[in-house]
Design a protein around this ligand. Sequence first.
Ligand SMILES: *Cc1c(COP(=O)(O)O)cnc(C)c1O
Length: 388
Amino acid sequence: MDKFTRLNHPPDTGLLPGNRPVVAPIYQSVKFEFDSVDETVRNWRGDSPGYNYQRSSNPNARQLELTLAQLQGREDCLVTASGVGVLSSTLLSLAKQGDHVLCFVELYAPTRNLIRRLLGKFGVTHTLLSVIDLAGIERALAGKPTRLVMFESPTNPMLRIADIAAITRLARAQGALTVLDNTLAGPHQHGQYDVDLYLHSLTKFAAGHGDVMGGAVIGSAELIAKLRPDFNALGNALDPHAAFLVQRGLKTYLVRYREQSANALRVAGFLARHPAVEAVHYPGLPSHPGHSLARAQMSEFGAVLSFDLRGGAEAAARVAEGLELFAMAASLGATDSLVLPSQLLGARDLDETQRRLAGIGAGTVRLSIGLESIDDLLADLAQALQRA
Ligand SMILES: *Cc1c(COP(=O)(O)O)cnc(C)c1O
């Protein structure tokens, strides 16, 4: 073989049978081949296992999918290139013209936008309520055939707790599918409920280090099989290197989640006693209106919390700017702490009444608590709150 041909056909240094890497390698290959036409035809038709094209599946993405499915307590999973990627693919795959979607003012703003603006363009209608308005949910489901109920718990940034058993029971009775964006609770929680599909931004707690994006939808083998052709057509695939990084992050997932939750509870308690703070929103605090529901539903309360400053928007901005250990940046759930003041807690698509219903105040500040020493976090908050 000529040396220039060799550049495109490098020597095979693959592993011998019986010799294997302990950590699955990154399969950075778009294409996978078989030796015979017959085998290739069977695989391309989906009649035999194995891989053919990275967008459809690859060993790293598949390893991650099976790990996440088991963690959430379901049969199967599909991963995508971002959390918003899994939201858009799932919604486009499930909803059709004439369908009705029940959604909530507390939803992640891009989710609301996808339902109201994008699905709206294709003739999908929606009803917008508060996720804690169970009577309203019951009325909406009884009043109109509904394809999907799209909800979150805890919600962001006000940490409201949805009654998952009640919502899934009401939805099931009316033949509506339930889709729970479970990002804040994480894939180890809420698996005991009758939720049809769990969505996650893997960018947050699953990957955990703020250096890679991903999304996942988890559910029964039957529902995931129905989504798979549309996900392939929409082309949102997670690349092998990103899948590898999320898989690596998952090794420390539970210790991170527990430790960050413990830190967040300490921060919430500290804020609740501070004179500049009017209210703290954290489901782990006994004073939280959803505390007993959260205790029944969750094993950990998570690393995200918010609080309202008596000094309003100006105080919120001064505290956010004054914090030294907390980066003022989007996202949450990683090992480093973050802060966002009310000015950056976007609910710009909501009108005044809907904004009030969502509960975000002028003095609201959201924190995502990381793995820094708790004494350093409390000292930083104490000095920044002096500016409020
Ligand atoms: C961040 C987030 C998303 C979007 O995930 P990306 O990975 O940033 O695209 C969706 N839902 C919730 C609840 C989130 O917090």
